[in-house]
Design a protein around this ligand. Structure first.
Ligand code: AMP
Length: 337
């Protein structure tokens, strides 16, 4: 990471393509950090205490938190004295009420290990829900917004007035929607059953649920939604089943979140599939006509920009908002330093 950060520094100062002449022009550095456990819900300026919390959460985010800390320490070395800000991927989900975050398991596990639902893609959900409120001209205090972040990792969030009230990922990003390689929701007994039948450990089966499941697992074709759709169009039945299961789960979650909020003002699509896959959006929205949604099919063909894809008569505003986590992190960083 130290080498990588130094390469970034060189690129930023490149004579032809750079944007700064000197690292002194950098006032602060914002970092996307995966997990803060129950300690932080807001972004913070990094100090030794914050680093300790990132370290204590290595167990909760084994692939991300160690790398996030390395990135911070590399920046401290490369730009001594400049403030580093941690923007938590779990931050947005921390406003969920207890009824939404508590797993119905013995309470001692929450007390001892902070086992609860956290939610991820927080920076994206925060950014897109905020932009949807502005773009849809909605009440910033009361707007009920559902964000569908559909990419290789996928999650749905429900927020009221920009505050998250529920989100589909849990203790880890494995819960919720069917993703590129992640299973999303499964009966936990599936783990035990596969362990027994295939003589595997829990860790091995969790690895399968994280890396070999989702649309890749069902289709056997690919984790990339473009490949799966191409195979479906060529008559591959499992690819069709994978796509249908993915769409069905999104429709179910949206329905659940409409119920959780007793209504919805806007639904926003974002990330790789959400921003680009015109057909996926059509299919999801065709399952939501009970909400009085009317799709503007011409507008839905646009890609890559904020677009209202519902008609003016639609009872719920539906939009595409390209996510911009870097901008969201930059805004948080500016606000703090
Ligand atoms: P992300 O994780 O947000 O970068 O999204 C990556 C996913 O978006 C990949 O599975 C891609 O297949 C999918 N994706 C990107 N562009 C398209 C597209 N035009 N149509 C369908 N899926 C797309």
């Amino acid at each position: 990471h130290t080498v990588a950060i130094n390469m970034v520094m060189e690129a930023l100062q490149d004579k032809d393509h750079g944007v700064i002449t000197n690292t002194d022009e950098i006032s602060a550095i914002g970092h996307r950090v995966l997990h803060a456990g129950i300690v932080y819900s807001e972004s913070v300026v990094v100090n030794e205490d914050v680093k300790r919390v990132i370290r204590e959460c290595f167990d909760l985010g084994p692939l991300h938190n160690p790398a996030n800390l390395m990135g911070i320490e590399a920046c401290e070395e490369a730009m001594p004295g400049k403030p580093n800000v941690a923007v938590w991927d779990t931050g947005f989900g921390m406003s969920m009420p207890e009824k939404a975050y508590m797993y119905a398991i013995p309470h001692e596990y929450y007390e001892k290990y902070s086992i609860r639902r956290y939610g991820f893609h927080g920076t994206s959900h925060m950014f897109v829900s905020g932009e949807a409120i502005k773009f849809g001209n909605l009440d910033p205090e009361k707007a009920k917004v559902i964000v569908c972040h559909l990419g290789n990792g996928a999650s749905v969030s429900a927020s009221i007035g920009g505050k998250c009230v529920d989100t589909s990922m849990g203790l880890t990003p494995l819960e919720g929607l069917i993703m590129g390689t992640r299973s999303g929701d499964v009966d936990p007994a599936v783990v035990q059953y596969i362990c027994n039948k295939e003589n595997k450990t829990v860790d091995e089966v969790l690895n399968i649920l994280n890396k070999k499941s989702g649309v890749l697992g069902i289709s056997g074709v690919s984790s990339d939604f473009r490949d799966v759709t191409k195979a479906e169009n060529e008559g591959n039945e499992r690819a069709k089943a994978a796509n249908e299961a993915f769409i069905y789960r999104v429709i179910k979650y949206i329905g659940a979140y409409v119920a959780a909020m007793n209504g919805v003002d806007a639904i926003a699509f974002t990330a790789g599939v959400g921003e680009n896959d015109v057909n996926a959006r059509e299919k999801i929205l065709s399952g939501l006509t009970y909400l009085g949604i009317e799709v503007d099919h011409e507008a839905n063909k646009k890609r890559g920009e904020n677009t209202m894809i519902s008609t003016p008569a639609s009872k719920v505003k539906v939009c595409v908002i390209p996510t911009n986590e870097e901008l969201a992190i930059a805004r948080e960083t500016v606000a703090l330093v």
